[in-house]
Design a protein around this ligand. Structure first.
Ligand code: HPA
Length: 252
């Protein structure tokens, strides 16, 4: 007999370069609304390696939503309503640590939130008492280990820990900002890691991120960061994510 957690659905949130999931046989696409508005797009239900998964494209099916315009609350609420208990979030990031170059994957174990003016909690109105959710360890350790094992099985090189610095965007950082993030302990920088992670925690969903480096952080390579270099790294990185996901889902 499977436990409730095992029977509950697994979701994959796809980031930049992963607006669709190759190999996902979609059986149903569902437009949903939530008390917080519309999610980024329809929920795609389907089978990946014979296992049931729910897929959501964070930036919308056509990658039109910038990081600060994403309705993170609607996305997480919709997944919870769909019966999801575990979320694997894919994210393209800039590399700060020397051992996290473009095209490499990382599974962060900590984060620092530099975003502002985003709707970052479900505990806002109509409360019987104020809620302060514990966030000492922002990512679920079981899901993190599952991601790391899947990378190993797929033969994909991975940083097994790291600190995700979540910036507001949509602009990239200055070189001084990247230096500051490094002093703070960040090993990678992205724009969508928060409030997604904390909203999942507030709803009691297990959540972990697999990041793919698509460029060196500002000032860490010669010249400017170009969309061309980002796209080239994404092509390779997205293939590695797909290889990892096949092992991940098969092992669930
Ligand atoms: N900074 C912030 N977010 C990012 C970057 C970056 O350099 N690359 C991909 N997402």
């Amino acid at each position: 007999m499977e436990s409730n957690t095992e029977m509950a659905k697994v979701a994959i949130i796809g980031g930049t370069g992963l607006t669709s999931l190759k190999g996902l046989e979609i059986t149903r696409r569902e437009e949903v609304t939530t008390p917080y508005g519309q999610p980024s797009g329809p929920l795609s239900y389907g089978q990946l390696c014979g296992k049931e998964v729910v897929f959501l494209a964070r930036h919308g099916d056509h990658h039109t939503l910038p990081p600060h315009k994403i309705n993170y609350r609607a996305n997480i609420w919709a997944l919870k309503e769909a019966g999801v208990a575990r979320i694997f979030a894919m994210a393209a990031v800039g590399g700060i640590a020397e051992d996290f170059p473009p095209e490499k994957l990382a599974v962060p174990d900590q984060l620092i939130d530099y975003t502002w003016s985003r709707k970052n909690t479900f505990f806002e109105e109509g409360l019987e008492e104020v809620v302060h959710v514990d966030f000492t360890f922002p990512y679920d350790e079981g899901l993190r280990q599952a991601l790391i094992s899947a990378c190993r099985e797929a033969g994909v090189d991975v940083c097994e820990s790291g600190v995700y610095g979540a910036t507001q965007g949509p602009r990239l950082e200055t070189a001084a900002e990247i230096n500051r993030l490094e002093r703070d302990g960040c090993t990678m920088v992205g724009m969508t890691g928060m409030p997604e992670a904390v909203l999942a925690r507030e709803l009691g969903l297990a959540y972990a991120t697999c990041a793919v480096c698509v460029n060196w952080g500002a000032g860490r390579s010669d010249g400017e960061i170009t969309m061309k270099e980002i796209e080239a790294s994404l092509t390779v990185g997205a293939e590695r994510i797909r290889a990892m996901l096949e092992k991940l889902i098969a092992a669930l």
